[in-house]
Design a protein around this ligand. Structure first.
Ligand SMILES: Nc1nc2c(ncn2[C@@H]2O[C@H](COP(=O)(O)OP(=O)(O)O)[C@@H](O)[C@H]2O)c(=O)[nH]1
Ligand SMILES: [Mg+2]
Length: 383
């Protein structure tokens, strides 16, 4: 003990200290402790006493655990299954397919509703309103969004979560943001599979919000039963980016923000939309799309909107159009999967990959004809 104390007090001068330097340069060396920090003797070296187990990852649930979890609507396992589906890692995709395979017989029982419209039209707010209405009717609601431009950090869901404040606190609601940025095809495949997983978990209504840009509307139309366009009155058709094409895809139009001073304008817009819809081929055979007014903010028109959806379901089920569309959607999906796979294979082919930049340059400089370029790349792929 005495010896130890002496060691602790021992001072020495490093060799860079000037000669004749005073005590200011002295360094006191304290011997390391052999005992634990609480002063008690340690039986193991320090490195072995570290609680490494806290830093190891939780074991991954097995396929059967995920399946059982989804079927019993365990929200954590539901979310983990979706994360698996969204992963691009080959091992995850393989596992996701096994889970899906087992869930498929339990899917298909929900009503799938797509909601489109320009940013700011009030889609998320309408989902909050409609979702709460449905939950109060005893239904379970899943909300998904499709936005190929969103990323994990900058995704629109940040805004959406605040718009869906009440809904996000409901036990009977499950909200899942868009898979992070990727090709529309990739995002769509993941979302389609997520729909099936939510159905297997027992959700009665799946609401899918999509940004009203590019091809995402056609994509969402291809995975829902009912498609709703949310509009605002007085914004002007150009401002709302209304393409005739979108009107041809929808089963109803909701002229939103129809409250206060805006009611009159909303009614005029409603008439305009009804007029336009009248001349279009219906998106769903046997169903005439109509425009309605809503105020997502204070909930007016939401109940009526749901009655329209209910009527749509009854009419199309009766005529068989509902079932027919689902079958057609499945066939389309299969072909889309094939197309995506072929495209992936093509662009990832080593010979194609390495030749592509050069061929692109040649196309730019017009030193190669387009058809020759395509033939050259395809030949490389087949070689
Ligand atoms: N006055 C009014 N404002 C609304 C209504 N619905 C949505 N908003 C507001 O419009 C803005 C955009 O709404 P949001 O739901 O995020 O639109 P989204 O981009 O289409 O999802 C928000 O500030 C909402 O509070 C409505 O019915 N009336
Ligand atoms: Mg939104």
């Amino acid at each position: 003990m005495n010896q130890e104390k002496e060691n602790e007090q021992e001072s020495y001068k490093p060799d860079w200290v000037p000669e004749n330097a005073g005590d200011a340069f002295a360094i006191k060396v304290v011997k390391g402790k052999e005992s634990r920090h609480d002063g008690l003797p340690s039986e193991k070296p320090m490195s072995e006493t570290r609680p490494t187990q806290n830093f190891t990852k939780k074991p991954q649930p097995t396929v059967d655990e995920l399946v059982a979890g989804v079927l019993s609507n365990d929200r954590t396992l539901l979310a983990r299954t979706i994360t698996l589906i969204e992963s691009n890692a080959a091992a995850h995709q393989e596992k996701a397919q096994q889970v899906l395979h087992k869930l498929l017989p339990h899917a298909g029982n929900a009503l799938r509703v797509g909601i489109t419209g320009v940013p700011g039209a009030g889609k998320s707010t309408l989902i909050e309103s409609l979702g709460m209405f449905l939950i109060n009717q005893g239904l379970k609601v899943a909300v998904l969004s499709i936005d190929p431009s969103s990323t994990v950090t900058k995704g629109s869901i940040l805004g959406d979560k605040t718009r869906m404040e009440l809904l996000s606190r409901e036990m009977n609601c499950f909200i899942r943001p868009s898979p992070s940025a990727g090709t529309l095809g990739g995002v769509a495949r993941k979302s389609r599979e997520t729909v099936l997983v939510c159905e297997a978990a027992g959700y009665d209504v799946i609401l899918i919000e999509t940004v009203g840009v590019g091809q995402s509307e056609t994509t969402v139309r291809s995975m829902v039963d009912f498609f709703l366009l949310v509009q605002i009155a007085g914004a002007g058709d150009e401002l709302q980016g209304i393409k005739r094409g979108v009107m041809e895809l929808v089963d109803a139009v909701a002229v939103n923000k129809a409250e206060g001073d805006n009611i009159q304008r909303a009614k005029i817009a409603q008439a305009d939309f009804n007029n336009a819809l009248h001349y279009l081929l219906p998106a769903t055979p046997g169903w005439h799309a109509k425009a309605f007014t809503t105020s997502a903010l204070n909930g007016t028109g939401v109940k009526e909107l749901w009655q329209v959806v209910q009527k749509f379901k009854a009419v199309t089920m009766e005529s068989g159009v509902f079932q027919e569309r689902r079958k057609k959607q499945t066939v389309d999906w299969v072909f889309r999967l094939i197309e995506d796979e072929l495209k992936d294979n093509f662009y990832n082919h080593p010979a194609v990959k390495s030749a592509l930049p050069d061929i692109k340059n040649k196309i730019y400089s017009e030193s190669i004809l387009p058809i020759a370029a395509a033939t050259m790349l395809l030949d490389l792929y087949r070689s």
